[in-house]
Design a protein around this ligand. Structure first.
Ligand code: FES
Ligand SMILES: [Fe+2]
Length: 382
């Protein structure tokens, strides 16, 4: 039995109805012991989204990542499935691959043990016996694909991601993920807690201040609202209706390079951000899907945010594609830079000042209120 990271007094105000509730206590963002419990209570058993599957298009393509303190190795195997292994050599614990690349077999750089793409040890130089007879393997982590995004789960008992996130799959099935390919992927290293990223990313209240020059003209704060499906407790939807006669897009860029057929009618009227805790935000538009992946770091005050856009394959052959890609890459980077500044500043405030008194939730911060309630429940105190 894990003892709760928070006392009931500490979080009583957060658990009130939204009109009377107060933000999470400061300690939730800075206390290393809280993060240790988060690893066990959240990151060890929730589905964690990591990247779009088309970033590993070919058999033998691999990439390594560190997630909540664990070194992982992703590879597309001979059957074209994405596999995820703990990136620790079965000999003495070296990482068998770093960065990203392509190979037919992995060779550990320390003493040259060889692994096939199924994670089997197939050669152990100068060591005979059972070690290389195919029965010794890298430890595997569950990896499943949903709407083109790779999700992992460290728990053997968790339901399949398609069951757990069936609402998400239903909502996004019209985008026909089999036809989507990554247009770009950018990784940001951020020195703040993973919840701070979500606190910022899932509310529209900050758009009129932080994104005044980049988004407020198209998707203004005052039109935004939140819906939360009752039986899908780990996700909410932030609706950001377009201002009249406008659409959310880079300044001067075309509305859409090619419209994906049979999308729901709302795609003409609003930007819709589907936020799935603890690890992915998805923005569906007429011509693409965007994924924001939150990769928890080794410590409480570090994350990586991976931003990607996936487009229909045919779009890449259009003459306007290069300009379109450039415009969206720049806008996504601008938005991310704008979002990182307040998160970094707030992280400093929380670190510096135990006396910060949590403030109220605005109606357009309802996503945060839902997120905090989900979080406290997962932490055993909600
Ligand atoms: S640690 Fe990998 S071969 Fe020795
Ligand atoms: Fe933002």
């Amino acid at each position: 039995m894990i003892s709760p990271a928070f006392s009931s007094e500490e979080i009583a105000d957060t658990l009130r109805p939204i009109e009377q509730a107060r933000w999470l206590p400061q300690r939730a963002y800075v206390d290393a012991s809280v993060y240790e419990q988060e690893k066990r209570s959240i990151f060890d058993n929730e589905w964690l989204a990591v990247f779009h599957h088309t970033t590993l298009p070919n058999v033998g393509d691999y990439r390594s990542m560190q997630i909540a303190g664990r070194p992982l190795l992703f590879v597309r195997d001979e059957s074209r499935r994405i596999r995820c292994y703990i990136n620790i050599c079965r000999h003495r614990g070296m990482a068998i691959a770093e960065g990203a690349g392509h190979c037919e077999k992995f060779v550990c750089p320390y003493h040259c043990w060889v692994y096939d793409l199924d994670g089997r040890v197939v050669h152990t130089p100068l060591i005979s016996g059972e070690w290389a007879n195919g029965t010794v393997r890298l430890t595997e982590v569950r990896a499943e694909v949903l709407v083109g995004f790779i999700f992992i789960n460290f728990s053997k008992d968790a339901p399949p991601v398609a069951t757990k996130l069936r609402h998400l799959a239903n909502e996004l099935t019209a985008w026909n993920d089999a036809d989507l390919e990554v247009m770009f992927e950018t990784t940001y290293s951020c020195r703040y807690n993973w919840k701070l990223m979500w606190d910022n990313a899932i509310e529209a209240y900050h758009v009129m201040g932080i994104h005044r020059g980049s988004a407020e003209d198209d998707i203004p704060t005052h039109l935004a609202y939140v819906t939360a499906p009752e039986d899908a407790q780990n996700y909410t939807v932030l609706h950001m209706p377009y201002r009249e006669n406008r659409i959310y897009k880079p300044a001067g860029a075309m509305d859409a390079i090619a419209t994906i057929p049979n999308l729901p009618p709302w795609t003409k009227k609003e930007a819709r951000f589907i936020n799935v805790w603890p690890s992915i935000g998805i923005f569906g538009r007429q011509d693409f899907l965007t994924g924001y992946f939150v990769v928890p770091g080794d410590n409480i005050d570090e994350i990586q945010v991976i931003n990607t856009i996936a487009v229909p394959k045919a779009v890449k052959k259009l003459p306007q594609y290069a300009a379109y890609k450039d415009a969206w890459t720049k806008l996504q980077d601008l938005i991310q830079q704008e979002d990182m500044r307040p998160c970094e500043r707030i992280a400093k405030s929380y670190k510096a000042c135990e006396e910060w008194i949590p403030g109220p939730y605005a109606a357009s911060e309802a996503c945060c209120w839902h997120f905090h309630h989900w979080y406290l429940k997962k932490m055993g105190v909600g």
